[in-house]
Design a protein around this ligand. Structure first.
Ligand code: HEM
Length: 134
């Protein structure tokens, strides 16, 4: 993100959400499967949840990287986007994971989630959606 204030707002929401709920994974996947029930079937082999844990960690690292303008993380995101086409996830569907994460953080913060947070996340998700291999 080019705007430092927006980056700060994103980090603030992540820190607050992390304090309120140290393991948001179950909520995030619940939200993802509410948004796209058919995705739940893709994780039946992941009985222990290791794939989901790694995927969430990578998603978070990519989002923070995009927020901070880190090119390496942008490349990582582009690579994961292409990689997931191999799992049958269309380029645009891929970003629904980020939407699910934003929704859960917003829910956790409740009234502490301001219009400025909303706008910063909207900008971040828009930016993430643009990150593709050229
Ligand atoms: C709605 C969107 C997404 C769906 C439905 C999805 C689905 C999946 C599935 C089914 C796997 C397991 C593939 C296999 O091993 O057979 C997987 C793995 C993975 N996903 Fe996603 N994914 C999504 C979004 C993302 C995003 C946004 C990222 C990161 C930017 C990401 C990162 C990863 C990583 C790193 C793995 C490998 C984890 C491991 O095997 O340890 N995914 N994803």
């Amino acid at each position: 993100m080019s705007n430092m204030a927006e980056t700060g707002l994103i980090i603030e929401t992540l820190e607050r959400a992390g304090t309120l709920c140290p393991d948001p994974g179950p909520r995030i996947y619940k939200r993802l499967f509410e948004l796209r029930p058919e995705f739940a079937d893709l994780f039946v082999m992941d009985a222990g949840g290791e794939v989901r844990a790694t995927m969430l960690e990578t998603s978070l690292t990519c989002l923070i990287g995009i927020a901070e303008g880190d090119e390496t993380q942008a490349m990582q995101l582009a690579a994961n986007r292409s990689h997931h086409e191999g799992y049958g996830i269309a380029e645009d569907e891929f970003d629904i994971m980020f939407t699910a994460m934003r929704d859960v953080f917003r829910d956790l913060l409740g009234v502490a989630w301001t219009e400025a947070h909303e706008e910063a996340w909207h900008a971040l998700l828009g930016e993430a959606a643009e990150v593709r291999h050229s």
